[in-house]
Design a protein around this ligand. Sequence first.
Ligand code: LLP
Length: 406
Amino acid sequence: MLSDSFLLQLADQYGTPLFVYDGDLVKERYSELYDFIPCDKLQIHYALKANYSIGLLKILRDAGAGIDAVSPAEVELALRLGFAMDKIIYTANNMTDAEFESVCATGVVMNIGSLSRLRKIAKKHPGMRLCLRFNPDVCDGDSVHTMTAGALTKFGILLDDMEEVKALVREGDLHVIGLHEHTGSGLQHAESVYTAMSRLMAAAAPENFPELEFLDFGGGFKVPYKPGEERIDYVTMGGKIASLFNDFCKSYGRDLVMRFEPGKYLAAEAGHLLVEVNTIKRNRERLIAGCNSGFPQLIRPMLYGAWHTIDNLSNPDGPRHLYDVCGNICETGDRFAEQRELPEIREYDILAIRNAGAYCYSMGGIYNLRSMPGEVVVSGGKVVYRRRRLSDGEMIENILKEGVDL
Ligand code: LLP
């Protein structure tokens, strides 16, 4: 755990807004999954989309993690950082032919989630080794936007389409070495994990797919965001997951590799976005604390109504008031928290927005032409990686370089 006094020191040294990541916590979350899920053939693939901080990726690479990549650029970044080709899976949806060919050329296993792509592969790439993504038809997640299975989703092949899948596999002499499902992000019910697993395992019967090497059950493990929210009992869940999988392997007749692809679980709690308050304003009943960041730098509250705990690092014991914690973007919805009770906030106070390690920087942008915050990764009490914030001049140079007059 990074202490608040250390975070204040980093804010002072590197300036704000600043993302601070606790590399040791990421490593701990990674290795504890191996303790929770007692399966000899477990492989954890980090969902790179959650946070592509190079500092964090190197820590996970050195710890032995694989990668779940969702674009050719994510594949390329993972390869360039030295993740082994056979530890990367490419799970794109709605990929173009060019994207397909470019990843195909790297040798990374592709996870195919549509019949239309499977038909093209059967015709043009006979004999290919691949993974198939099915829709487990379980709806769960921490927001409707992050539920990835069920009737309304664009992801995965329907289990009802099994006969057509098998026909295409036969036609193209394809080698299906893995099956995949991903139910959603921030799964609220342990039962959803077991149901989705059971449906994929039923589909994985040897008479359907005799050449399987792994089953990949996606990501979605939830972590607490709100104070008082209980941490899921992952020891119990892991035991149940392992026992379901062991039973499956017995009936399949061979021990397969079990994969999971967590993003939030590994990275969310390790991140803190440090911001400085520059304006305190009263708008009749509302007390507004305006800070030097905004929703393009941490969009989850505005996009999903997500709760991120905020602490006033500079005045933790101040008298408590209700605040709207707002950003510096020209939109009314630009709030990190609304009517949140916090210790008195004064101008120049530093606030820490917690659980900012997953889907915060990586979903960011430069709306209003404010460059993305810098970041530091801390391990063993030291900063081990730093990415500088672009100055306004550098950001503008990049924009000017992007286009040419014709
Ligand atoms: N595998 C696949 C195929 C996925 O689509 C995802 C997330 C994951 C793994 C990792 O899920 P996680 O363990 O991180 O829950 N931006 C949203 C979350 C979107 C998740 C997209 N897919 C948020 O901020 O809540």
